[in-house]
Ligand binder design. Structure first.
Ligand code: GLU
Length: 305
């Protein structure tokens, strides 16, 4: 009898614009990683931000994935259809006594603490808690609160399968973080943990820009009593100016790429850029599978000129 749990990897794009080369690369690496282990690849559309997500972008990104030869085995799931589950898990967090309503606006938070120069992070610490407590007592406050989770000053250690051992003090790195926004929208950290856990995702493979989210996510796994997946992050694709590719880099969006290249040319180029193959010879994702090895991928970001 086979008691082994199926390995499940996932691709979890936000449908906020046309996919670009960096998104295809992210999909490809998570597909290669799980397929090489004989696992299943799950697609989850992360459309919880009502201001930025669009259904036609979701349709388009699925068409782009199929076109390039990346076919999912499970899904698609839409986060916008799963809000009852987030509600249920939020109630469990509220029951721990570690959550609280936060009435501070972003402007008030920024007036108390300047964002980190390097990455724009704002640490929500004790002075912010005090300011919020004062506001909470004002009977006049008519604002709807966000829900925040209180963090503790403890080091969270984990091993990223590509970037190695990491230790982060949650209180210093981000402080208390949002589970549900004041407009009622769910926060990424809560939705991603609930989904990965309930969907049986065993490996999270994604760009290194999300490496610093792992401690927040591990904290949630612990509080909710879920088993965390394995985490593996990969270097990002950057443009010639050294900035991470984004949906504004039009020349590399899938509309333009589909006009100029075949799916195999795109996969071949990504394989070569990532160091998986010695040349950019066109090939399909399945043909690339035997060449995939984590130790071929660099740690530093990859420039696309
Ligand atoms: N939806 C996130 C994004 O598109 C990815 C989330 C994740 O992989 O954990 O950046």
């Amino acid at each position: 009898m086979d008691n082994e749990r199926t390995i499940v990897g996932r691709f979890a794009p936000s449908p906020t614009g046309r996919m670009h080369l960096g998104n295809v690369y992210a999909a490809l690496i998570s597909w290669l990683s799980v397929k090489q282990q004989g696992g299943a690849w799950l697609l989850r559309i992360e459309d919880i931000d009502p201001d930025r997500s669009r259904h036609d972008y979701a349709e388009q990104l699925m068409d782009d994935l199929q076109w390039v030869g990346l076919h999912w085995d499970i899904g698609p799931f839409y986060q916008s259809e799963r809000t009852a589950l987030y509600d249920e898990q939020l109630a469990r967090l509220v029951a721990t006594g570690l959550t609280y309503p936060c009435y501070l606006s972003r402007g008030e938070i920024l007036a108390t603490q300047a964002p980190h120069e390097s990455d724009g992070r704002v640490v929500y610490g004790p002075e912010m808690r005090a300011k919020n407590a004062a506001l909470t007592q004002q009977a006049t406050t008519m604002r709807r609160p966000a829900i925040r989770l209180r963090t503790v000053s403890k080091n969270i250690s984990f091993t990223d399968e590509h970037y190695g051992p990491q230790t982060v003090n949650l209180e210093k790195q981000c402080g208390d973080f949002i589970l549900r926004r004041s407009d009622g929208a769910w926060a990424y950290q809560l939705a991603v943990v609930v989904d990965d856990a309930l969907m049986g995702v065993s490996e999270v493979v994604r760009g290194r820009d999300l490496l610093l989210s792992v401690p927040q996510q591990l904290y949630l796994y612990e509080l909710l009593g879920f088993t965390p997946p394995r985490f593996t992050h990969f270097p990002l694709l950057c443009n010639a100016a050294g900035q991470r590719l984004c949906k504004r880099d039009r020349a590399l969006d899938m509309g333009e790429l589909r006009r100029r290249f075949s799916p195999e040319q795109i996969i071949g180029q990504l394989a070569f850029l990532s160091g998986l193959t010695p040349t950019n010879e066109p090939l399909s994702p399945a043909e690339l599978l035997p060449f995939f090895a984590w130790d071929k991928l660099p740690n530093s970001d990859i420039y696309v000129s």
